[in-house]
Design a protein around this ligand. Structure first.
Ligand code: NDP
Ligand code: HSE
Length: 453
């Protein structure tokens, strides 16, 4: 490839936060990018429905088309960049682009987590690339790291802060005591939040990203429907404070773990040789861990591999230009590789398509974690003993207990219990038994806890 080659022509579908970021980065760094890619990357056409808004961004530098399909079928366009979002329109456009023999670059984690198997198979059979670095952790090149940089390793686990909006909310609540709704509005104003912010708040966006990382880390198909997902909407300020007093921070983590150690006594596992945990939930992490100190909209992903040990990837996980950084890096990769033999390109999910494993995703009852429990209890003799007996009967061992003094005139108090690792099914049983005690006065709060050591 020589830099005298004519520019590669791009069709940009979607010109919102990320689309506009891509336009500006390509315009600003075009010459440097040409020297890296071997030829210039030119945005030939853009699509958004609001034509005046599109014109205000691109001026006369690209054709603006209200019909996205017309761009997909334009024979002069070699790469289609999908930055619309969602799973309906985007799926149709991406599949049409692939069928038309175009390479695709997308930042759409929802699309790939839900329809990845169909899309990657279509791309494989048509011999085109689908690149998606921006879909996970925005500007942090975690897909490249997992798929290429760590490919010598048997990955043991991946854990990450992979949603900027919720990390921003948790950070502001903890450090400034800010109100949930006000911080969410600010995240929306800054362009971090999804079109439907419940995707952020309820952990769905993080689960989309985790599903993609899990597939790449363990060589299994994308299986979003099997992820366990809990968001931050039920999290209470009191638990953030108690966690702090115990030396922990609460983060919304996505965790995927290979488990070869399933206990034969766990219901339903006797005939299994292994499984994969795939879960997003608020998590207590020791305040001394680097990941516990990732603040604002920053993302961080920790990967543990058998050869390399633990590695950490950190950076901006959302916003116009950080995300554009990843989209444009994919454009450069596709430009460099589009003439290569399709069989010699890096497989979409890191493992050769015929070598994906059918390792099951474990149901949450079989997941192993430690727990933080907060109980509102009657302040009377024997309460603690009855609770610890229930935990012992369920084979759950206690790591620490924090008992608040009752407020004056009250005869009830908060009791915090930290446990060691246990199987979730066992913890659920113990919580049900403790909840049934007359001395437990309110619903028990339980938050999972990970040492990430
Ligand atoms: P925006 O909502 O800001 O932009 C979407 C763009 O698509 C707009 O220009 C919209 O303009 C256009 N559009 C065209 N057709 C449709 C349609 N049928 N429905 C909705 N919009 C349409 O989204 P973002 O730029 O924030 O996100 C784009 C993608 O990137 C999503 O998949 C998102 O998850 C992902 N992403 C976003 C990040 C971020 O920080 N924002 C980070 C990483 C990934 P118009 O309404 O005029 O048509
Ligand atoms: N809404 C997402 C977030 C955007 O807050 O992380 C980046 O994927």
């Amino acid at each position: 490839m020589t830099s005298s080659m004519k520019p590669i022509r791009i069709g940009l579908l979607g010109l919102g936060t990320v689309g506009a970021g891509v336009f500006h980065v390509l315009a600003r760094n075009g010459e440097e990018i040409r020297r890296r890619a071997g030829r210039a990357i030119e945005i030939a056409a853009v699509h958004r429905r609001d034509l005046a808004a599109a014109r205000a961004i691109v001026g006369s530098k690209a054709r603006i088309d209200a019909d996205a399909m017309a761009i997909v079928h334009d024979p002069s366009i070699e790469i289609v960049v999908e930055l619309i979002g969602g799973t309906d329109v985007a799926r149709r456009l991406v599949l049409a682009a692939i069928a038309a023999g175009k390479h695709v670059v997308t930042a759409n984690k929802a699309l790939l987590a839900v329809h990845g198997t169909e899309i990657f198979e279509a791309a494989r059979s048509r011999g085109v690339m689908v690149a998606f670095e921006a879909a996970v952790a925005g500007g942090v090149p975690i897909i490249k790291a997992l798929r290429e940089g760590l490919s010598a390793n048997r990955i043991a686990w991946v854990a990450g802060i992979i949603n900027g909006t919720t990390n921003f909310i948790l950070s502001e609540m903890r450090s400034k005591g800010s109100d949930f709704g006000t911080v969410l509005k600010e995240a929306q104003r800054l362009g971090y939040a999804e079109a439907d912010p419940t995707f952020d708040i309820e952990g769905i966006d993080a689960a989309h990203k985790l599903t993609i990382m899990s597939a790449i880390a363990f060589g299994v198909p994308v299986q979003f429907a099997k992820a366990t997902i809990e968001g931050i909407s039920a999290l209470q300020a009191a638990d953030i404070r108690y966690a702090e007093q115990l030396g922990y921070r609460i983060k919304l983590l996505g965790i995927t773990k290979r488990r070869d150690d399933l206990e034969a006594s766990t219901p339903g596992v006797h005939d299994r040789t292994g499984g994969i945990e795939l879960r997003v939930h608020p998590t207590l992490v020791p305040a001394t861990r680097l990941i516990a100190n990732v603040e604002g909209a920053m993302n961080a992903v920790v990967v543990n591999g058998d050869a390399v040990g633990t590695t950490l990837y950190y950076g901006k996980g959302a916003g116009a230009e950080p995300t554009a950084s990843a989209v444009v890096a994919d454009l450069i990769d596709v430009t460099r590789l589009h003439t290569a033999d399709p069989d010699h390109r890096v497989p979409h999910l890191a493992f050769q398509p015929g070598s994906l494993a059918d390792t099951p995703i474990l149901p949450i009852e079989q997941v192993v974690t430690a727990f933080y429990l907060r109980l509102r209890v009657a302040d009377e003799k024997g309460v603690l003993a009855s609770l610890t007996r229930i935990l012992a009967d369920n084979d759950i061992s206690i790591d620490a207990i924090l008992q608040r003094e009752s407020a004056e005139g009250e005869n009830q108090t908060d009791l915090i219990i930290l446990t060691h690792d246990t199987v979730e099914g066992r913890m659920r049983q113990a919580i049900a038994q403790m909840q049934a005690l007359k001395t437990v006065l309110a619903p028990i709060v339980r938050i999972r806890k990970e040492e990430l050591s």
